[in-house]
Design a protein around this ligand. Structure first.
Ligand code: SF4
Ligand code: SF4
Ligand code: SF4
Ligand code: FES
Length: 580
């Protein structure tokens, strides 16, 4: 790619041909309040806040679509830019109710950031129209997503993303009295899969998770309850960002310590549950192949993907593995095996899962996952909620001394479990164990670099015992649609497909720290692969506590089946609530 030179605010910068001015500015840390721009979406010039002045011409252009060319000179902070920005910001606020202090997204709202940066420059009152939308009702999609139209600036990012994540889009633009407004579809053939990707792409607080952390705060004060936390693999490489650490920095030890400090009765790493998932999934895959049943097997760890099949592609549900997701398996084990081992009444245990995910809130409530009449997991909070829990307890995770899990029966976890958070990680972990189970030896190389990349569809071919097998790791429902089309004509095309609804996998899930872009996805994934390399156990079947589990508690097939397996089935539209 040929290099060109442009000037921003009088300084020269190198740019690649084809790059936009906004991309160059963002790389060089020059602030432009680009609300509606996201690297996952085509620039669509809806917010009009990213305007720059072409030097010497007195003309304004949207920097998100302005291609850099050699000799281009722009200003981001001129008198003209600031004047127009004031008008455009005010127009956006005419559609937005303000009330930032009470907003769930106040720390990640691009609109608020723009106001804070801008308010010193012009006489600008953000809340001038604050009561204009006061009668708007909120929507709640299932137990996962809140949509507050009073905070929406109609940029349509969510609608564009939702159209990729569903069929035809559940949240979509609709003609209203004065304008177009986004709103959820009430039609029976459109539903939310709770992936939270609309939150990731919303520049304001109009979309957020349903917050459950206040309930956790209450339970931590209840002396009759034992609050047991587990945290997902993907959390460790991203939580630090909310405390000033770089993306990808592994914080496993700090998570253990900080949860103990807020009063956790016990803390588990969900990677242990991931190891059990792999034990079961690899067995299912091997049985399928050995019995000559060549049709594809889909992973089922991602509840948004499962919901997509159950609602939009019912004919494919039969290909889902029956194995439950890691936190559900671990929750089931906590309330049975661990409770018995520690002589605790399961009724007194509250299992809280810290997840990168909004769809896990929905998954935890599925009745078919109950074990002995209990939900394996009682409450799911997102990674962002976890940070709030710590901040409101005055704990700065960055300063906390790391510690380790100290459980005697479910405390160890492998690198194979830790990579579940990256797209391709579940597949790689399953192959490590399936290979061992079929050949009796470990793989020479544990890592398959081809599935470590960020691409939405990653393929892998392996020869096991003279049989050539084809695998795929897919992330983002847009890519899933391509793979399903292939499988419609030949369901044996792949032996196994790992699917994550969020582009890039759980490292970029709907409950993760914001912002999220490709660079951040890469850094968080890299962190997980590094954690894997540094773990003394890299295969799920080598986890000593898992070995003991299968020798003891799981000797009973009935118990193993009850905790680890389920049946997925076609589903109707979920509940949409209207809230004042
Ligand atoms: S959670 Fe996913 S499916 Fe639901 S509205 Fe948001 S993007 Fe659409
Ligand atoms: S909800 Fe957010 S992403 Fe969707 S249109 Fe409104 S401001 Fe834009
Ligand atoms: S990819 Fe991960 S974060 Fe996203 S919906 Fe699926 S499980 Fe949740
Ligand atoms: S970021 Fe360019 S118009 Fe919104």
């Amino acid at each position: 790619m040929s290099q060109i030179s442009i000037s921003i605010n009088g300084r020269k910068y190198q740019a690649d041909e084809g790059e936009t001015v906004l991309q160059v500015a963002q790389r060089e840390d020059i602030y432009i309040p680009a609300l509606c721009y996201h690297c996952d979406l085509l620039p669509h010039e809806s917010c009009r806040l990213c305007m720059v002045e072409i030097e010497g011409e007195g003309k304004l252009k949207a920097s998100c679509t302005l291609k850099a060319f050699d000799g281009l000179r722009v200003l981001t902070d001129s008198e003209l830019v600031n004047r127009v920005l004031a008008v455009n910001l005010e127009l956006l606020f005419a559609q937005h109710e303000g009330k930032c202090e009470a907003c769930a997204r106040k720390d990640s709202c691009k609109l608020r950031q723009a106001v804070i940066k801008f308010s010193n420059k012009e006489k600008f009152v953000a809340d001038k129209y604050s009561d204009r939308k006061k009668d708007k009702l909120k929507y709640q999609f299932g137990p996962s997503i809140m949509f507050d139209p009073a905070k929406c600036i109609n940029c349509e990012n969510c609608a564009t993303m939702c159209a990729k994540q569903t069929k035809g889009g559940f949240i979509r633009p609709r003609e209203s009295k004065y304008n177009f407004e986004v709103s959820p579809s009430l039609a029976n053939d459109h539903d939310c899969i709770y992936c939270g990707q609309c939150i990731v792409h919303c520049p304001t607080g109009a979309l957020s998770e349903v917050e459950d952390y206040p309930e956790v705060q209450k339970l931590l004060k209840d002396s009759t309850k034992k609050v047991v936390f587990q945290f997902a693999p993907a959390i460790r490489s991203s939580i630090g960002e909310l405390f000033g650490l770089p993306p990808g920095e592994i914080a496993t030890g700090k998570i253990f310590s900080s949860l103990k400090r807020i009063g956790a009765y016990k803390v588990f790493d969900t990677s242990f549950g991931a190891d059990v998932t792999i034990m079961e999934e690899s067995e299912e895959l091997i049985n399928k192949i050995v019995s000559g049943e060549n049709e594809v097997m889909f992973s089922s760890c991602c509840p948004a993907w499962v919901k997509y099949l159950e609602f939009y592609e019912k004919g494919f549900v039969k290909y889902l593995t029956s194995v439950r997701s890691p936190h559900i398996i671990l929750g089931g084990l906590i309330k049975t095996h661990w409770a018995k081992h520690n002589n605790i009444n399961p009724k007194d245990i509250v299992v809280v899962s810290i997840m990168p995910c909004t769809a896990k809130k929905f998954e935890a409530k599925r009745r078919e996952l109950r074990v002995n009449g209990f939900n394996p997991v009682d409450i799911v909070i997102t990674n962002r909620e976890f940070a709030k829990l710590l901040k409101e307890a005055n704990i700065n995770l960055a300063d906390v001394e790391p510690s380790e899990s100290n459980d005697d029966i479910m405390g160890s976890f492998t690198g194979a479990g830790e990579i579940f958070g990256a797209s391709g990680g579940v597949l790689e972990a399953a192959i490590r164990t399936a290979y061992f189970k079929t050949t009796g030896k470990s793989l020479e190389h544990f890592e398959f670099k081809a599935i470590h990349e960020l691409n939405g569809i990653k393929e892998l071919e392996l020869k096991v015992n003279n049989q050539k097998l084809r695998f795929a790791a897919v992330s983002g429902i847009e890519n899933v649609k391509i793979v399903l089309d292939k499988l419609k004509s030949d369901p044996t095309y792949y032996s196994c497909v790992e699917v994550m609804a969020c582009p890039g996998g759980c490292v970029a899930g709907g409950g993760q720290p914001l912002p999220i872009d490709d660079e951040i996805r890469k850094m968080r994934s890299k962190g997980l692969y590094k954690a894997d390399r540094e773990n003394r156990y890299r295969e799920s079947h080598a986890n000593p506590d898992v070995v003991e589990l299968y020798k003891g508690f799981f000797e009973s097939d009935r118990m193993r089946h009850r905790i680890c397996h389920t049946k997925f089935a076609a589903k109707n539209k979920g509940v949409i609530k209207r809230i004042k």
